[in-house]
Design a protein around this ligand. Structure first.
Ligand code: GDP
Ligand code: MG
Length: 434
C-alpha cells in the first residue's frame, strides 16, 4: 500500500504542472493509506477535501515543483489536525499536578514510569500517587517500576477509596515540583469509571490531564477520548504501543475529536522506550511511507533523471529551447561540464570551443537572466528581440549586452546539438538516449 502511494508520488514527480487527474489519484491513495491506518472515515474525507482544494487552487511557490507542493499540502493539513507543534511538558507551577487517564491496559502505569524517568533527566523530582484500587497489584507494579528510579511513591493496597488516596497523596507530596497521579482504567461499568475520574479530577485539580491511548485500538480511540474529556478537560495525549505494526490512526481521530495534542509516544515496554512526539514521523507512518523527507528526495531524483532524458532528447532532435538549456546548466552542475558529458558519448565529437567553454560564473549569470524571462520566451527564444531584451535586462539587473551574449551562446549550442543529433548513436549511451 505504501508502495502504491510512493508510486503515485513518483509519477507526480515527473510532472511540471498540477493535473487534476493526478491530484485525484494522489488523494485516493492517501485516503486508502489513512483508512488502512485506522483513521476515522469522516476525518479522512475532511482531510482529503482540504488537500484537494488547496492542491488545485494554490499555485506552487516559485522554485517548488508540483509534487513538492502537494506533499507539503498533505503534510501541512495533517499537521493542522495533529495540533501543530509538539510541545513537551512545561513545568510552570509547583506542584505541577499530572493526572493520567485511560482505559485499563492502555499503558498508563508503564508510561508514568517513562515520563518520570524523562522528567528526572530534566532535573525534576516527580512523586507518584497510586489511586488504582481496581487492579489487585497496581501499587506493586508501580513500586517495581520505580524502585530503581528513587521516586517517592504513595499508595495503600488496603485502602479501596480512590478519592481518599488522591487526597492523601496530594497532601504528602505538596512540596514536590511534580506529582503524577495514576488511576484505574476499569470499573464495574464505564459510567462508574468516568464518574470516579471526574471526582478525582476535582480533588486533584490537575495542572495537566494526560490521556493515554493504546495505539493499536483503532476506531475506538475517538469514543474513549470523548468520554474521558467529558469527565475532565484533557490537556494532552500519549499514544502507546507504537513499536509494533500499529499505525496509530485511531490516535489521530482522538486528537481531532478533543483537540488535545499528542506529546509523547510509547515504543516498547521498557522505561526508555519513550519519545517526544514527532508529527512528521507520525504522518509518514500513517501514510505508510518510509519518511516524507526521503520520499521527497527520491521523487526529486526520479524527476531529475526524467528531465535529463527529456533534455537529451530535445538536444539531439534539434528542438533545443532555452528551457532545455536551463536544464542542461543544472545537469552540468551535477555531472561536470558539458564537454565531459559529451565525451562520454561514443561516436560524438567534441563541442565547438565557444560552446563548451563556459564558466560557472557565466552559468550563474545566465540562470539569473533566464529567471526574468517568461515561459513563452523560454520555449520560443526566437521572439526575444530588442524590446524584450531591454525588459529582461531590467528585470534581472543585467546589461542588454549580457542578454545578447546569452542568446548567442544559446544559438551556438543549439547548432552544435543539431549536429550531434544527425549522427547515429550506438552503444549503451545511444540506448540510454532513447
Ligand atoms: P494500564 O492498565 O493503563 O496501567 O497499562 P499498563 O501500564 O499496565 O500496560 C499494559 C500492558 O501494555 C503492559 O503489558 C505493558 O508492558 C504494555 N505496554 C505499555 N506501553 C507499551 C508500549 O509502548 N509498547 C508495548 N509494546 N507495550 C506497552
Ligand atoms: Mg495501571
Amino acid at each position: 500500500l505504501g508502495k502504491n502511494l510512493t508510486k503515485t508520488m513518483k509519477k507526480l514527480a515527473g510532472m511540471s504542472i498540477v493535473d487534476e487527474e493526478v491530484v485525484k489519484e494522489v488523494i485516493k491513495e492517501i485516503q486508502r493509506a489513512l483508512i488502512q491506518s485506522d483513521v476515522n472515515i469522516k476525518l479522512v474525507f475532511k482531510l482529503s477535501k482540504s488537500i484537494e482544494e488547496r492542491a488545485l487552487k494554490e499555485e506552487p511557490p516559485k522554485g517548488i515543483t508540483p509534487k513538492e507542493h502537494i506533499i507539503t499540502i498533505v503534510y501541512e493539513e495533517m499537521v493542522k489536525l495533529l495540533g501543530e507543534k509538539a510541545h513537551e511538558v512545561e513545568i510552570d507551577q509547583k506542584p505541577y499536578k499530572i493526572l493520567f487517564l485511560g482505559l485499563q491496559g492502555s499503558g498508563k502505569t508503564t508510561t508514568i514510569g517513562k515520563l518520570t524517568r524523562y522528567l528526572q533527566k530534566k532535573g525534576f523530582h516527580p512523586a507518584i500517587v497510586c489511586t488504582d484500587t481496581w487492579r489487585p497489584a497496581a501499587f506493586e507494579q508501580l513500586k517495581q517500576l520505580t524502585q530503581e528510579m528513587n521516586v517517592p511513591l504513595y499508595g495503600d493496597p488496603e485502602n479501596k477509596d480512590a478519592l481518599d488516596l488522591a487526597k492523601k497523596g496530594l497532601k504528602q507530596f505538596k512540596k514536590h515540583d511534580i506529582v503524577i497521579f495514576d488511576t484505574a482504567g476499569r470499573h464495574k461499568d464505564e459510567k462508574d469509571l468516568l464518574q470516579e475520574m471526574e471526582e478525582i479530577s476535582s480533588v486533584v485539580d490537575p495542572t495537566e490531564a494526560i490521556l493515554v491511548i493504546d495505539g493499536t485500538i483503532g476506531q475506538q480511540a475517538k469514543d474513549q477520548a470523548r468520554a474521558f474529556s467529558q469527565a475532565t478537560p484533557v490537556g494532552s495525549i500519549i499514544v502507546t504501543k507504537l513499536d509494533g505494526s500499529a499505525k496509530g490512526g485511531g490516535a489521530l481521530s482522538a486528537v481531532s475529536e478533543i483537540g488535545a495534542p499528542i506529546k509523547f509516544i510509547g515504543t516498547g515496554e521498557r522505561v526508555d522506550d519513550f519519545e517526544i512526539f514527532d508529527p512528521e514521523r507520525f504522518i509518514s507512518r500513517l501514510l505508510g511511507m518510509g519518511d516524507i523527507k526521503t520520499l521527497m528526495e527520491k521523487a526529486e531524483e526520479v524527476a531529475e533523471e526524467e528531465k535529463v532524458a527529456e533534455t537529451m532528447d530535445a538536444m539531439l532532435s534539434g528542438k533545443f529551447t532555452l528551457k532545455d538549456m536551463y536544464t542542461q546548466f543544472e545537469m552540468m552542475g551535477k555531472m561536470g561540464p558539458m564537454q565531459q558529458v559529451m565525451n562520454m558519448m561514443p561516436g560524438v565529437g567534441k563541442l565547438p570551443k565557444n560552446a563548451s567553454q563556459i564558466t560557472e560564473e557565466k552559468i550563474g549569470k545566465y540562470k539569473i537572466i533566464m529567471s526574468s524571462m517568461t515561459h513563452y520566451e523560454m520555449e520560443h527564444p526566437e521572439v526575444i528581440k530588442q524590446s524584450r531584451i531591454k525588459r529582461i535586462a531590467r528585470g534581472s539587473g543585467m546589461r542588454n549586452e549580457d542578454i545578447k551574449e546569452l542568446l548567442k551562446y544559446y544559438n551556438v549550442t543549439k547548432k552544435a546539438m543539431k549536429g550531434f543529433g544527425r549522427r547515429k548513436m550506438s552503444g549503451p549511451m545511444g540506448q540510454l538516449m532513447r
